[in-house]
Design a protein. Structure first.
Length: 214
């Protein structure tokens, strides 16, 4: 994402079974306690890369390593920790279009806990794995709608709560970004449905109830 060519990323099974704090501690330890004989960190004047990117910050040998700021030719900017020329640890990435990510990184990929603010105002805060929303998180839209729950491979998947802009409220299971499985939905009118869902629609066994007891 910072320098390397984009690689396909996916969220493997058990995406919540990792310790992002341990990963960040490991990166910090590698920065502070290098192998014996490893060159020390050095501050150098700003360097212009072959592709036109500009970097100022710490180096270890020929690698960006430590804290630094990378300004890419396409207008994107990263400030944070590097490990062997990868964005690794904690940092902030500002895209040319104004979108912004602040949080943990693993070898140029969003990985751990972080917050992403899209240029249109949509925001996600929560867990990431290999550049994808994966684990628990909260997504909010500019119209006031929001979702809080589980994500897999960038999609709402698992259990969660979704509040619509019109005041509807769903709590239950999701699959592939859609209400799917067992769940309950309260309509703005006060009417409620509890039962099965499939691909975003009420389907299967379930029941409706009204505020007046019908």
């Amino acid at each position: 994402l910072i320098q390397k060519e984009h690689r396909d990323a996916y969220c493997v099974a058990g995406c919540s079974a990792y310790d992002s704090q341990s990963e960040e501690r490991g990166a910090a330890a590698a920065l502070q306690m290098p192998e014996p004989g490893t060159p020390e960190l050095q501050e150098r004047p700003e360097v212009v890369m072959e592709d036109g990117s500009r970097y100022r910050g710490q180096w270890r040998g020929d690698e960006m390593h430590g804290h630094g700021v990378l300004l890419r030719q396409d207008g994107c900017r990263y400030e944070g920790t590097f490990f062997e020329s990868f964005a690794h640890g904690h940092g902030t990435f500002l895209e040319a279009n104004g979108s912004k990510y602040e949080g943990q990184w693993l070898q140029d990929r969003k990985h751990g806990f972080g917050r992403y603010m899209h240029e249109d105002g949509t925001a996600y805060e929560g867990e990431w794995r290999l550049d994808m929303k994966c684990g628990r998180g909260t997504e909010r839209w500019v119209d006031g709608a929001w979702y809080e729950g589980e994500f897999v491979q960038g999609n709402k998947h698992g259990t969660g709560v979704y509040k619509t802009v019109g005041g509807g409220h769903y709590e239950g299971q999701f699959r592939g970004d859609l209400m799917d499985g067992e769940g309950s939905y309260r309509f703005p009118s006060g009417r409620s449905y509890v039962g099965q869902w499939q691909a975003g629609f009420m389907a299967g066994e379930g029941g409706l109830s009204w505020p007046d007891g019908r």
